[in-house]
Design a protein around this ligand. Structure first.
Ligand SMILES: [Zn+2]
Length: 445
């Protein structure tokens, strides 16, 4: 039954936005642009929680626990010559030019330096968040920086390094990407050891696990809200289910030297991965997992895609752990949304809104909103690529793109009689802020 009311006012027909409509139709109507124009300013006013970003300055090595490999291929939109970055520089800093020539970008670098002086300490990045209407941002960093305001930036710390405690000669030698990544994992593990006053790897496996626990607890004390795996960069993401004594036996044999066989190393890592997931549940630290194709020409999509995690995500032993699958499994976002049928599994859309243009990301978001709308969260994956293309610009591009794509997806859904405008705004609040914030039990806003 069509439940539509209309009012004639001065000859104009105005539909009551909140009245539910009975049957969906397969095409948007002529009103879709108007609905979009009406929704966008309202969506821009919603203060966001950015669920995944790497805030910091380009010369700060702690913005990530790994680094970009040499000479990797970059998809076109995230290249430094994307003309949209001119719009970002104009919106954020009043950039007066319409190109990014080396001469003109000097102006941009100087302007940022001036602003940093004007907004010292934590004020500079607070200002950036204010400009894009982000209330709080996750800060997925090796360590936190004193120039990030702990009230606005919530630390998400890396735990992959606990999986690489042995001689990593073969691990690093696999390809030029791993040659960059694996030594940085060793460095990260040593930083955790320093933090916990552990001068060398404990002789006993029990003590190694206790060292992991202490690190997690201390990081939570220091403000950490979640743990993060970027393991997909370092090895295939198929995880077997070894017994504790198998992992212990491997630890005993290689803790003081020697190179484990590939099979032995993977078995040990599989145990540690599952151990960390259980600890994340026990300590109320949601588990963030990188789940998309990404940088590095040697990144193996078929061996590291999101569906490889299905046996872990659907394992009832981990029901007490909250999983946030970062980057929505891109480019397998259609499969990925069905993983969120598990009550404790969520999808974050960071990176997707940067690597895809808004027209394509709109389709992803619409498909998600039509499937499990209460299980998706907003993120940017902002990152300081260099002095010109900083975290500032990638924050802006990510936030702008996501808000536009969200307004467009919802406008189509309204026009196709799937939802009302009132419901659309509820969904917008949930995606941009509410769903993610609820996962942290009052620790973020
Ligand atoms: Zn990231």
């Amino acid at each position: 039954m069509q439940m539509k009311k209309s009012l004639m006012i001065a000859g104009a027909l105005i539909c009551l936005a909140s009245i539910a409509i009975a049957q969906a139709r397969p095409f948007p109507g002529n009103d879709v642009q108007q609905i979009y124009q009406r929704l966008l300013p309202q969506i821009e006013k919603i203060p966001a929680f950015d669920h995944h970003a790497h805030p910091g300055f380009a010369d700060d090595p702690d913005v990530d626990a790994m680094a970009a490999p040499p000479d990797f291929s970059e998809a076109v939109r995230t290249r430094a010559d994307n003309p949209e970055l001119i719009a970002a520089a104009k919106a954020l800093f009043g950039y007066p030019y319409s190109d990014l020539s080396p001469e003109h970008t000097k102006w941009l670098v100087a302007k940022k330096t001036e602003l940093k002086k004007q907004y010292p300490g934590t004020a500079y990045f607070d200002l950036i968040l204010d400009k894009i209407n982000t209330e709080t941002s996750a800060a997925n960093r090796a360590m936190m920086a004193d120039y990030l305001d702990p009230k606005r930036f919530a630390w998400v710390f890396f735990v992959d390094s606990f999986m690489w405690p042995f001689n990593n000669q073969r691990e690093a030698g696999r390809n030029p990407d791993e040659e960059v990544y694996i030594p940085l994992q060793e460095k990260m593990l040593h930083r955790w050891m320093q933090q916990e006053n552990v001068s060398k790897l404990p002789a006993r496996f029990d003590d190694y696990l206790a060292f992991i626990d202490r690190t997690l607890q201390d990081n939570k004390q220091k403000g950490g809200i979640a743990i993060k795996f970027e393991v997909a960069y370092f090895r295939p993401t198929t995880f077997s289910d070894p017994r504790r004594d198998q992992a212990e036996d491997i630890y005993d044999r290689y803790v003081s030297g020697g190179i484990p066989t590939e099979n032995e190393y993977r078995t040990f890592q599989d145990y540690i991965f599952r151990y960390l997931i259980l600890e994340g549940g026990r300590l109320h630290l949601p588990v963030h997992i990188h789940s998309a194709a990404c940088i590095g020409d040697y990144f193996n999509i078929s061996q590291s895609n999101i569906m490889n995690f299905e046996n872990v995500l659907r394992d009832p032993r981990y029901r007490g752990t909250t999983f946030v699958m970062l980057h929505g499994g891109y480019p397998l976002e259609r499969e990925a949304i069905w993983l969120t049928s598990m009550k404790n599994v969520y999808l974050d859309s960071s990176l997707d809104e940067l690597v895809q243009y808004p027209s394509a990301f709109k389709d992803t978001l619409k498909m998600w909103l039509e499937t499990f709308p209460d299980k998706i969260t907003f993120g940017t994956d902002a990152f300081p690529y260099n002095d010109v293309l900083g975290a500032e610009e990638s924050y802006w591009l990510g936030a702008q793109s996501a808000r536009m794509a969200l307004a467009a997806a919802l406008a189509e859904m309204i026009s196709e009689n799937e939802i009302t405008e009132g419901r659309a705004l509820q969904l917008a609040h949930a995606y941009l802020h509410d769903t993610a914030v609820k996962l942290y039990e009052g620790r973020v806003h």
